[in-house]
Write a protein that binds this ligand. Structure first.
Ligand code: HEM
Length: 281
């Protein structure tokens, strides 16, 4: 879709955009239809299940059941499919790319991987063992998921720095969808006319050398307010919007807290259970 949006014929002759479709766009269209049909099948199956067993919606308790119980959505398959696809695409690639990028940085900077393990031992393993009177010296990485609880997750501060640093360097959503203003605005001398479409570039925000010291260096400590890297190169406080991988305001990512939580479970589990290294580098 984004590639298509930037094609010259679409920009110069918008009315042609619906007439002239390239072969790859035809494939894309076929794929979109196929995935919509697949999702629609799932919606119908769930609707039938709920019809035959009215308690099924509550038992499942997932997004699909919530939408099928909502007056606005329940009878409109298109709206349900739109909503499910948005969640599916917005949530899956972004989360997996973030995990992959962070693993890559940890492989290149082993000391940070060790620091993450130390933090897990301090915050999760030791308190868990004390509570359960477990005196063994070693801990099984595979048991990590049984040990951690929600409160402990919020104490994994250093892990949070690493997660943020990876998002700063390579935000999985590089730029926002188009937005426009309802009135003319002058922001620090930069004029935006009412109705003009523009996009926010999260990659540039996170890699702006005026805001970040050595922006191309993976340095999680820059999120620790005690670090000298917490300030801009000029020694000032950073603009809070310079770190906006989830955008902000009313259109802030709805899955932000979810992905922050999931990441604290998945990455440490992968990191402690596997020895990872880069191939051909
Ligand atoms: C590291 C992972 C993620 C990143 C970096 C991310 C980033 C973003 C960004 C930048 C937007 C705003 C897009 C725009 O308006 O132009 C957004 C919107 C959205 N995200 Fe995420 N996201 C992530 C994970 C997730 C997850 C796990 C879910 C759901 C399970 C999710 C669901 C959504 C939805 C539904 C929207 C649209 C919200 C709206 O327009 O009101 N995201 N995300």
């Amino acid at each position: 879709m984004i590639q298509r949006q930037n094609k010259p014929h679409v920009i110069l002759f918008p009315s042609l955009a619906t007439q002239y479709i390239t072969p790859s766009e035809r494939d894309l269209l076929a794929n979109c239809k196929a995935i919509r049909a697949l999702f629609e099948k799932m919606v119908d199956a769930r609707r039938n299940l709920i019809k035959s067993d009215p308690e099924a919606a509550e038992k499942k308790g997932d997004l699909l059941s919530i939408l099928l119980s909502d007056d606005l959505f329940s009878l409109d398959n298109n709206m349900i499919v739109d909503e499910c696809l948005t969640f599916f695409f917005a949530g899956s690639q972004t989360s997996s790319v973030t995990t992959q990028n962070l693993i890559l940085h940890l492989i290149k900077n082993r000391k940070y991987g060790d620091q993450i393990i130390n933090e897990i031992e301090k915050v999760v393993v030791i308190p868990f063992k004390e509570q359960s009177n477990d005196t063994s010296q070693v801990w099984e990485p595979t048991k990590f998921l049984d040990m951690i609880d929600y409160e402990m997750m919020s104490e994994l501060t250093f892990y949070g720095y690493c997660f943020n640093e990876s998002l700063r360097m390579q935000p999985p959503v590089y730029f926002s969808s188009s937005v426009c203003m309802m009135e003319d605005l002058d922001i620090g001398g930069f004029k935006i006319r009412k109705g003009d479409a523009f996009s926010i570039d999260m990659y540039r925000l996170g890699n702006n050398p005026k805001e970040w010291k050595e922006p191309s260096r993976f340095y999680p400590e820059r999120f620790d307010h005690n670090s000298e890297y917490f300030k801009t190169p000029a020694g000032k406080n950073r603009n809070p919007y310079s770190f906006s991988p989830f955008l902000g305001g009313q259109r802030v990512c709805i899955g932000k807290t979810l992905v922050e939580t999931i990441s604290k479970l998945t990455l440490p589990t992968l990191w402690t259970n596997f020895d990872m290294e880069l191939e051909n580098v």
